[in-house]
Design a protein around this ligand. Structure first.
Ligand SMILES: Cc1cc2nc3c(=O)[nH]c(=O)nc-3n(C[C@H](O)[C@H](O)[C@H](O)COP(=O)(O)O)c2cc1C
Length: 374
């Protein structure tokens, strides 16, 4: 059925479904099982050292001989942060605790030093080239021409992430083999790179349907594969994407509650995602927030997202150094309102299943819909 699909042809997969990399919640079992089921799994390598990434690739290879991808974050330009900015975030967190909302929290935010993070990207790229993985996908920008050339020489396919038609055209011109169009519904971070973080919230939050429609004005979907991401949870989402110009889909949130993710997704997070399906009153709204990491990302609304609304925040890779210790403590003590609860807008369609069941179900639903319109 998908033999002539651009995505399945170029990436040598059976079904046009990619499991979104979800750093740091993606297990090797998830990646391998999606690939074994005919889709394409993706290692979320962004926060891994060279050694961790090599181990992860080897683990996935021990579980599947099918193609899979590795995803990295393009490093940001250096940003200046002042002691005053750090202090202001510390104050906000102390206010939150002082309101008495986080019980028994003894985190001393003054003793957490905020430092420039280590740039892991050069060592990660070395691993990608050495291991000759099938696919390198990336977000927050694009890889240099030199790396693109080396990937092409090693037959490593490239997928870039775009949140606007302009970003998609640029990634195609750079030489990406496919572009992932990330609609504003998507869970996790916005992949935007032609706007700064404030402009991203204002200008780069385009719904998937509009993003597909706009992009197909500039890129011919019959000759270039585009991958739709954001809110796709079932066969209807897949069919919708295919009939709107995409060659396939990238699904993230749906895999957060699958059996293979249990080990890394905190139980309270998993339960919230699943309860929404049964009880409409359990559906928390999602928000686009910079509160956790300094970069716009979509997750469920919490006391943390409320506290930082319109407040001073540290840039990407700094804000998390102060906020994540609180989230970690909240996850350990099951205080949901202070956890990091990443989710796409359509999360109420999550189910308690294996990755294989998800792929099979989505394909079955899509085929049934297509049959109806034959
Ligand atoms: C928990 C979580 C973590 C994510 N981490 C990454 C990542 O490491 N790299 C990346 O390119 N995209 C990441 N994304 C975004 C996905 O690639 C994708 O755009 C998104 O999941 C699609 O929307 P959906 O969640 O509604 O399916 C993440 C998404 C989630 C939900």
């Amino acid at each position: 059925m998908f033999a002539k699909n651009l995505l399945t042809q170029i990436f040598h997969i059976r079904y046009p479904i990619i499991q979104a990399p979800m750093s740091p919640l993606t297990t090797p079992e998830l990646v391998a099982n999606v690939s074994n089921a005919g889709g394409m799994g993706t290692i979320a390598g962004a926060r891994m050292t060279a050694e961790q990434l090599t181990n992860e690739i080897q683990q996935v290879r021990s579980l599947t001989d099918k193609p899979f991808g590795v995803n990295l974050f393009i490093p940001p330009k250096q940003t200046e942060i002042s002691a005053q900015m750090i202090d202001s975030v510390r104050k906000e967190l102390k206010r939150l605790i002082a309101k008495g909302k986080v019980s028994d929290c003894r985190i001393d935010f003054d003793s957490i030093s905020v430092k420039p993070p280590k740039d892991l990207y050069p060592e990660q790229i070395e691993v990608i080239l050495k291991e000759k993985v099938s696919v390198l996908s990336f977000t927050f920008g694009y890889v240099s021409d030199d790396i693109i050339k080396k990937c092409k020489e090693s037959n490593i396919r490239l997928i870039g992430t775009a949140t606007t038609a302009k970003e998609a055209v640029l990634l195609k011109e750079k030489g990406c083999d496919a572009v992932c169009l990330q609609g504003s519904e998507a869970g996790g971070h916005r992949g935007s790179f032609l706007t700064n973080d404030l402009e991203t919230i204002e200008q780069s939050t385009i719904g998937l349907q509009s993003l597909l429609s706009q992009t197909t004005q500039f890129i011919d979907p019959a000759s270039y594969p585009m991958i739709a991401a954001g809110g796709i949870m079932d066969g209807a989402g897949l069919v919708n994407a295919l009939t709107s110009g995409a060659s396939g889909v990238q699904m993230g949130t749906r895999f957060l509650t699958c059996h293979e993710s249990k080990q890394l997704v905190p139980e309270a997070h998993r339960r919230l995602l699943l309860e929404a399906r049964r009880n409409i009153n359990e559906v928390r709204p999602t928000v686009l927030t910079r509160a956790y990491t300094g970069k716009p990302a979509r997750g469920m609304r919490t006391a943390i997202t409320d506290q930082f609304r319109e407040k001073m925040m540290l840039p990407w890779q700094y804000q998390a150094q102060l906020v994540l210790p609180l989230c970690k403590y909240a996850a350990e003590t099951k205080q949901i309102d202070f956890m990091q609860l990443w989710a796409g807008q359509n999360y109420a369609r999550c189910e308690d299943q294996s990755a294989t069941e998800i792929i099979q179900q989505v394909m079955r639903e899509a085929k049934e819909i297509l049959k109806r319109y034959k």
